[in-house]
Design a protein around this ligand. Sequence first.
Ligand code: WTA
Length: 678
Amino acid sequence: MTQKDSTAVTEAQIAVHWQEEDYFHPSTKFIAQANMSDAGIYERFSLDNFPECYKEYADLLTWYQYWHTTLDTSDAPCWKWFVGGKINAAYNCVDRHLDQYKNKAALIYVPEPEEEPHEVLTYQELYIRVNEMAALLRDFAGLKAGDRVTIHMPMTPELPITMLACARLGVIHSVVFGGFSGRACGERAADSGSRVLITMDAYYRNGNLLNHKTKADIAVQVAAEEGQTVDKVLVWQRYRGKYSSDTPMVEGQDHFVNDLLKNYRGHRVEPVQMPAEAPLFLMYTSGTTGRPKGCQHSIGGYLAYVTGTSKYVQDIHPEDVYWCMADIGWITGHSYIVYGPLALAATSVMFEGVPTFPDAGRAWRIAEQLDVNIFHTAPTTVRMLRKAGPDEPGKYNYHFKHMTTVGEPIEPEVWRWYYEVVGRGEAAIVDTWWQTETGGFLCSTMPALHPMKPGSAGPAVPGIHPIIYDEDGSEIPPGSGVAGNICIQNPWPGAFQTIWGDRDRYVNTYYAKYCKDRNSKDWRDWPYFPGDAAVQAPDGYYRILGRVDDVINVAGHRLGTKELESACLVVDEVAEAAVVPVADELKGRVPDIYISLKPGFVPSKEIEERVINEISNTIGPIAKPKHVYIVPDMPKTRSGKIMRRVLAALSNKSDVGDVTTLANPEIVEEVRKMVQSG
Ligand code: WTA
């Protein structure tokens, strides 16, 4: 693969080169019960049947009114699905199940402290609580369809309740990962134009009850600095009726949700019949420049897509107990804890805490107690659990029929432990490749139809038609085993519609690179470029090699290197900062930070610590760097660009390549000694 900008560092470049692996076959027992065991689905979802094939997914939902146009391309590449259709997401995830399943668990909430009881919400209870919250949002907060609301909450049932209450009103929710800082939350609130922020006082993590409300104060202030007034902060309580934070409530601005809800007891709110193509939510994700991008997802298309893929790829039946360990603050949680599973009347488990707390058996005890049979997590968690207790799963009596891995490539070694030890060789595994932007899965085996291959996501899912291009836009022939930039040839209903407030950035980031004609209204001219490098093996399976842009995938979460670099520059002494991905045994990738100081300052541990603190405060602890190196100078091109590729090679102990053309080649050896001496 060639690189158009020699200063760029890509994850793909530091990807491990794995050999081809053997196949593992799903059991006959799994196949016999699977929702999808008809290979004909690929024919039904062929390009010849596009876009009408997606009716099959839309038909899994309940519509107030059917659509007249399946795919409207008139505003290419802002695709609109199921135009003319009227639908409500909360109705589909809650109300419609009442007849058959009102007394069945919708959500089972497992608090982190093991002595606290689980909280089970039946579909009936969920219905009541979503209605009361919707009444509060409408009548107290004055929210209506199309308004945006920022939700900064931990993993408690109040989070999906709040999301579904918004969806009931057609209000667009923007959930910010609870672990993110108040600043990150405030910036996102400002970008989305939210005047209401919904938060919680506290939550448990690693045995500590963290003060979360304090972040709301910062968020409101940061939003104000960016010109957005947040006039209402709604505060849920981790323990109902008790305030578990020592941060004062702001008079006239902050309100306890549980107090207000008393005024709405028994209230019912008719679901608003929304146009299918109206936005359901925004989900911010990191991009190549500083500002995070608000990916706008639609109601009808998104819900159809996550429901279809939950049914067929996740193999969720109403009688299953499904546990996805992701946080709802990420896209995985939106699509595959909340919307997809609930649309299928599943029982979805939510866990507040850390799976290795208080010990490495916690996750498996939960699985045993609840008799979880579908398990969904990320490679970073699998690595963590394996390290903390390689034999731990064997001590518990649970049986998974199906397991998912998502968010980053999984090493075959780790995959085999997942398969043999966690899954006891009984569970079918799907390695699902997709993104915040794509709403749902793009590549994965269909669990009853394909054998698994460790380290490979598998073929594209039905209706997704990938193509691999080289840098110049020539197609790399299918199955040639040569890496390139993977693109999707066709739109699909789960895809985001645009970047909130920035259509040009949407077009430029995802479509400009391989667009055949910028004036075209034909989807065939607009391949979608996700920003990942991939290689397709002769058997048709795709292996994803990593990001080709300035984004580091840390433990399955995308962090923009520019965001990290600008946080470093806030520290007074810092003149320049460069952030590169370095391979990490547990997290897959973590950032290594190189800084140079302004003249007159001497390197010190204290400066390093301030850089680390600044990153934690601006972005959140997940962005914590592996190392901070204070270097005398950055390796630079003659035109003055920092050679991040060289720094990445040093961090990863790989070949730096030819550095003779640099402006200061001698610095490379000096930095190498510093980095590789430890
Ligand atoms: C990476 C998470 C390899 C990829 C759902 C993508 C993966 C980015 C896989 C999206 C996988 C996700 N194998 N790489 N199975 N799944 N990725 O937006 O680089 O947080 O572009 O969405 O994660 O991250 P995001």
